[in-house]
Design a binder for this molecule. Structure first.
Ligand code: URA
Length: 260
């Protein structure tokens, strides 16, 4: 089993080469990609945990990964169009780690996740939970902004191949930070962490597990910006109250009755 990670790296490198050489990228079902990804994540987490048990400093462990990500050209189309990579931000010793989808235009410009409108809402949610933004850790499944036609200013979700390519970076971040709770914001984060696409309405508000770390699934803040119904905001807040309970944070009466 010890030879498995290098063998898997070879398979992934071969797939990347085929993808870069051929006009048509290799095709694989979402299920197979999810399985491959989960296996890689498991191995990566084991390696990171091993170095942590040697007493290393988490910030220092993250730096070489940040440096590797900054020059990554595994998705040449994204490397060409990005302003910069968006690695992640926050406290490497955080109890809580929020995972989003991918940088948007503002994140691409500033090199920091969740700084646009959705980001401002996320920062507000974090503050309502009683944390400063720099006390938690925030990262995305994809470290590059998904490219858009030059005439379009919107966003697109990452493709399965882009996710498969970038997820090992997130796995390494999680493996180092080892938060008490992971919070998946939206369906792409769920797919990245669980390897499955489900119905958000059914997945959210329940405890799941990612590599033995408790995982809470909730709606992406941009969903709350699109759907202003108080009922949806309240659901996200209920999910965050569950997170606070899980990490034994005292919850004030004001927080219990809070509406985002
Ligand atoms: N949406 C995300 O998922 N991530 C960001 O960094 C910004 C918006």
């Amino acid at each position: 089993m010890n030879d498995f990670p290098p063998a898997l790296d070879l398979v992934l490198a071969a797939l990347e080469q085929i993808r870069d050489r051929e006009e048509k990228p290799p095709r694989a079902s979402r299920i197979s990609l999810g399985q491959l990804r989960r296996t890689r994540v498991t191995e990566s987490v084991k390696q990171q945990s091993a170095s942590l048990s040697l007493g290393s400093d988490k910030a220092a462990l993250l730096e070489p990964i940040r440096a590797r990500v900054a020059v990554c050209i595994k998705c040449p189309h994204l490397a060409r169009t990005r302003t910069q990579t968006v690695f992640g931000v926050g406290n490497p010793d955080a109890e809580l780690m929020f995972i989003g989808e991918a940088p948007g235009a503002e994140e691409d410009a500033r090199g920091e996740p969740f700084v646009g409108r959705a980001g401002q809402l996320l920062t507000k949610i974090i503050a309502a939970m009683g944390f400063r933004r720099d006390e938690v850790y925030i990262a995305n499944v994809l470290k590059c902004r998904p490219d858009m036609p030059s005439s379009s200013s919107g966003n697109r979700p990452p493709t399965p191949v882009e996710m498969q390519t970038c997820l090992p970076h997130l796995a390494e971040q999680i493996g180092i930070i080892q938060p008490k709770v992971l919070i998946a914001l939206g369906a792409t984060a769920v797919e990245g962490l669980l390897g499955t696409r489900g119905v958000m309405r059914e997945l959210r508000g329940k405890w799941h597990s990612h590599q033995e770390t408790p995982l809470m699934i909730t709606y992406h803040p941009s969903y709350l910006l699109r759907n202003q119904a108080l009922s949806e905001k309240r659901k996200v807040w209920q999910d965050m109250l569950q997170v606070l309970e899980r990490i034994d944070r005292p919850i004030t009466e004001k927080q219990r009755n809070y509406f985002l």
